[in-house]
Ligand binder design. Structure first.
Ligand SMILES: CC/C=C\C/C=C\C/C=C\C/C=C/C(=O)SCCNC(=O)CCNC(=O)[C@H](O)C(C)(C)COP(=O)(O)OP(=O)(O)OC[C@H]1O[C@@H](n2cnc3c(N)ncnc32)[C@H](O)[C@@H]1OP(=O)(O)O
Length: 287
């Protein structure tokens, strides 16, 4: 656990009342609430598995922008789906895609990663269930992750879906887990249970259940209570600037690479088989 030095006793805070914003129709993909202490819970609720389509990614992005404007203390990204944080990118967005929508999808994905990684507020995830591929990338873009012990798995299993991890994805993971662990994780597509994820630094704490995971996120956010938000943000962003600058510089190339991978006929054939196997699993389970 971190020990943060006291910098100022009277940190000015904008009072944030407890409120829910999910009544707005465009926000129905997340439930957003902010408590009296200014800590927000952004709960993904795109049933059944919170797969990341354009709309969900944009909604998360917009929610974080709103929370930044409101000068919230921090946010906790979590899920309404039992046993699933998120199934990663929406495979239907990648399967036989319309080119225009695929480009929009890629842009939304990049926007989301940059928004989360470069956010001014303290960003955390309470991971209570499966968090594979794109969902692991989202979690890696945050400041802190707590994950429930048990069946939950987290990892970048991109190779399993035929996507060679992009350089920026590997960089993001390396920043958190180091070179060696990243190399092993990416080449094997290993999906880590919480205890193993903690050992390699992929998550920061193991929780006993979702409630505990959320509490640990709150505790982490409150560690910054005595640090001036502007000073914390400045420090965080100066340490992250290299990644952000590199990403912006290569963004067009990353977009082309991603579009080329997805539209490759070999990838589409593999995806056909992968999606059928997911559906087949259900048929078998019902039999
Ligand atoms: C925002 C992204 C940010 C950055 C990414 C940046 C760069 C690129 C980085 C990485 C590349 C990332 C690629 C991906 O993310 S590809 C997606 C990878 N995910 C998976 O392979 C997960 C596949 N799903 C599962 O293994 C299981 O479904 C799961 C363990 C999640 C849940 O199992 P459960 O038994 O509870 O449910 P199911 O019956 O399997 O599924 C229910 C229902 O949902 C559909 N489903 C599942 N996953 C997805 C998905 N990813 N996209 C779309 N739909 C999905 C599944 O087919 C079932 O549908 P139906 O039969 O119609 O009910």
């Amino acid at each position: 656990m971190f020990h943060l030095r006291k910098v100022s006793r009277d940190v000015a805070r904008v009072a944030v009342k407890t409120r829910r914003l999910s009544s707005a129709p465009e926000r129905s993909l997340v439930d957003l609430s902010v408590d009296k202490e200014g800590i927000a819970i952004v709960q993904m609720q795109r049933a059944p598995v919170n797969s990341l389509n354009i709309e969900l990614m944009r909604t998360i992005c917009d929610s974080v922008s709103d929370l930044e404007k409101d000068k919230c203390k921090g946010m906790i990204l979590t899920s309404a789906s039992p046993n699933i944080f998120s199934a990663g990118m929406d495979l239907m967005e990648l399967h036989n895609p319309d080119m225009k929508r695929l480009e929009e999808f890629s842009k939304s994905m990049f926007d989301l990663v940059l928004k989360l990684f470069g956010s001014k507020i303290v960003t955390t995830a309470a991971i209570d269930g499966y968090s594979g591929a794109g969902a692991c990338v989202v979690a890696l873009a945050l400041d802190y992750r707590s994950m429930t012990a048990g069946k939950a798995r987290i990892g970048l299993n991109d190779t399993a879906v035929g996507i060679p991890p992009a350089k920026w994805v590997a960089d993001l993971m390396t920043r958190t887990m180091g070179q060696r662990n990243t190399e092993l994780a990416l080449t094997s597509s290993f999906m880590f249970p919480a205890e193993r994820a903690l050992q390699v630094g992929l998550v920061d704490e193991v929780a006993k259940d979702k409630e505990d995971a959320v509490e640990r996120c709150k505790k982490f956010i409150k560690l910054y209570d005595n640090i001036l938000p502007a000073v914390r943000t400045h420090t965080k962003l100066s340490l992250r600037q290299d990644f952000i600058v590199e990403f912006e510089k290569n963004r067009e190339q990353y977009l082309k690479d991603f579009m080329n991978t997805i539209t490759n006929p070999a990838f589409q054939n593999g995806l056909d088989i992968y999606i059928s196997s997911l559906k087949q699993k259900k048929v078998k389970a019902a039999a």
